[in-house]
Design a protein around this ligand. Structure first.
Ligand code: FAD
Length: 293
């Protein structure tokens, strides 16, 4: 699966689903049920995250392998460079290449929360450096991350976009955007990127609201704003396990996706959090409305 070509050649927008590798045997037994359920929606590809500092390197590889070989699914593998030396990076990439993976999503990653992690002295400071390192050595299609509201450590949104341009110039062929709950922030971001000479596809990331607690925690971590109206609705839902929370998440994401598709995005990338219920409902409703094939 070459994602660079996907967006060039498609006549209609596509969906993709992101997973993280199952943490243990118990998680693994439900994980493949989720994958099977979502593969019925015919996504353009599925993707597998990579834990900072190489923490999930083996688990990510095994999951990608099983999904490609046993389930014949179009896969994208991720690599997060934080703390890894050039040799550790090429070891990971050589295995993916031998497996037949054709697209790598390249991110810097963050300092692992585990104690005692010592970064390799030659590790890559920025995703753009890692993208250059990979594009000089491999024939993978490469993706990179963008941040419609600015990365949490960015000096400014403008500077962040300048660095996104560097990722494109160093070989990235598409961007997946951090999730957002206000589509206007995405449209403004795309405008700013285009004015800055970024021409590659920018695919919106969609994070349905799964639970209120998770949503609040992730928004803080990722720097995504909860618009006032949505925050008030969430505040009014006292039982986080209730159907009402999941329904609100599905309805909100459906409206968000509908607007994005009608405005002409090339695709929708869902952060599934290894769950299938909400994404199945959202994508099925988009299909029923004729917005997706
Ligand atoms: C779609 C998506 C998928 C993700 N998947 C994973 C995953 O699988 N595993 C994981 O660990 N994390 C993942 N992340 C999180 C990501 O690793 C973090 O957001 C991380 O903090 C930044 O990664 P980056 O690739 O955007 O870094 P960079 O592009 O390196 O940017 C990081 C910061 O440095 C600044 N910067 C960039 N280049 C320069 C430069 N040349 N000079 C000075 N400053 C610069 C930027 O403005 C930004 O503030 C994902 C994020 C997204 C949006």
């Amino acid at each position: 699966m070459r994602v660079g070509n996907l967006y060039k050649n498609q006549s209609d927008p596509s969906v993709s689903f992101e997973f993280f590798p199952p943490r243990d045997d118990k998680a693994e037994s439900s994980f493949y049920g989720v994958v099977d359920a979502l593969s019925a929606l015919n996504p353009a590809y599925m993707s597998m995250t990579f834990g900072a500092g190489g923490s999930t390197s083996e688990g990510s590889f095994q999951a990608v392998k099983r999904m490609m070989i046993e389930k014949n699914l179009p896969m994208v593998a991720y690599i997060a460079g934080y703390g890894l030396g050039p040799h550790e990076i090429t070891e990971v990439l050589d295995r993916y290449k031998a497996l037949g993976v054709e697209t790598i999503f390249v991110i810097r990653g963050d300092k692992p929360r585990t104690d005692g992690f010592t970064p390799h002295p030659e590790s890559f400071a920025h995703a753009s450096d890692l993208i250059r390192f990979i594009s000089d050595r491999y024939d993978f299609d490469l993706g990179c991350a963008g941040y419609p509201e600015g990365h949490v450590q960015a000096e400014s949104l403008e500077k962040d976009v300048e660095y996104l341009r560097l990722k494109q110039d160093n070989g990235a062929q598409y961007v997946v955007a951090q999730y957002f709950y206000d589509n206007d922030s995405f449209y403004r971001y795309v405008d700013l990127c285009r004015k800055s000479g970024i021409t590659i596809p920018i695919i919106p990331g969609i994070m349905p609201i799964y639970t209120v607690k998770l949503t609040r925690m992730l928004c803080k971590l990722c720097g995504s704003t909860l618009p006032t109206g949505l925050r008030e609705k969430l505040d009014s839902l006292t039982n986080d396990k209730s159907e009402a929370v999941a329904d609100l998440g599905v309805n909100f994401a459906f409206d968000q996706c509908r607007d994005l598709v009608l405005k002409g995005v090339d695709g929708l990338h869902f952060y599934t959090m290894d769950r299938s219920g909400s994404v199945l409902k959202i994508v099925q409703r988009l299909k029923d409305d004729g917005l997706f094939k």
